[in-house]
Design a protein around this ligand. Structure first.
Ligand code: PGA
Length: 239
């Protein structure tokens, strides 16, 4: 849909020559394209993006600085020229055992650094099969979201759709995005209406128009298909 925000999450992919993809994305002239390369490429990505694409981090630490070997703070991302940070991705919730409280603390750190924040939620396949998708997502929202809407974007990513080539039906996407909208309005009042809710999980150029056409879907969070400018811009063109 016009005005959709398309965010690329490169995960642990990309060496120096990959910034050429970001240069190509920036050269498209299409607004509302964001890319989160690995930390190692952020400074180079910011340079080639030249303000045309917002560059962000895939995670941040909850503290500004300190004795946390190997970690990167939101303030460090902002210092590099990043515009946003993704927090609570399901791979971090699973691999790094991040809890809702951890995710919320990172979201607050991102806000404090002046970044836009993408807070990710989503159920596993077993949870969906058990009929608890809304309960799981509702609990993640309650525990992970900050009290202020400053720079907040929510991403719904069913874990079973990430990197699998499978997606929920358009009806299921519309249903759970409607549920998330209701939760946002219950928490933030009328302002909850304006929060952008991204869909993520196996978004490709071929299915983007259908997924992005659903009510309360304000854009996409894209993994695999964001790694080349061709497929990423294919999604943007369908949006
Ligand atoms: P995918 O990943 O597009 O490769 O399914 C989405 C994500 O994890 O953000």
């Amino acid at each position: 849909m016009a005005g959709s925000l398309i965010v690329g999450n490169w995960k642990m992919n990309g060496l120096g020559d990959s910034v050429a993809e970001i240069a190509a994305i920036a050269g498209s002239g299409r607004p509302d394209l964001w890319v989160a390369p690995p930390f190692t490429l952020i400074d180079r990505a910011v340079i080639v993006a030249a303000g045309a694409v917002s560059i962000g981090g895939q995670d941040c630490h909850a503290k500004v600085s300190g004795a946390h070997t190997g970690c990167v703070s939101a303030a460090m991302l902002a210092d590099l020229g990043a515009g946003f940070v993704i927090v609570g991705h399901s791979e971090r919730r699973a691999d790094m055992h991040e809890t809702d409280a951890d995710v919320r603390a990172k979201a607050l750190a991102g806000q404090a650094a002046g970044l836009q924040i993408i807070v990710c939620v989503g159920e596993t396949e077993a949870q969906r099969d058990a009929g608890t998708a809304e309960a799981v997502v509702g609990a993640q929202l309650a525990g992970s979201l900050p009290d202020s809407l400053d720079g907040l974007v929510v991403a719904y990513e069913p874990v079973w759709a990430i990197g699998t080539g499978r997606t929920p039906t358009p009806e299921d996407v519309a249903a759970i995005h409607g549920f998330i909208r209701g939760q946002l309005q219950a928490r933030y009042g009328l302002n909850g209406r304006g929060v952008r809710i991204l869909y993520g999980g196996s978004v490709k150029p071929e299915n983007a128009a259908l997924l992005l056409g659903q009510a309360n879907v304000g854009g996409a969070l894209v993994g695999g298909a964001s790694l080349t400018a061709t497929s990423f811009l294919g999604i943007a063109a369908a949006a």
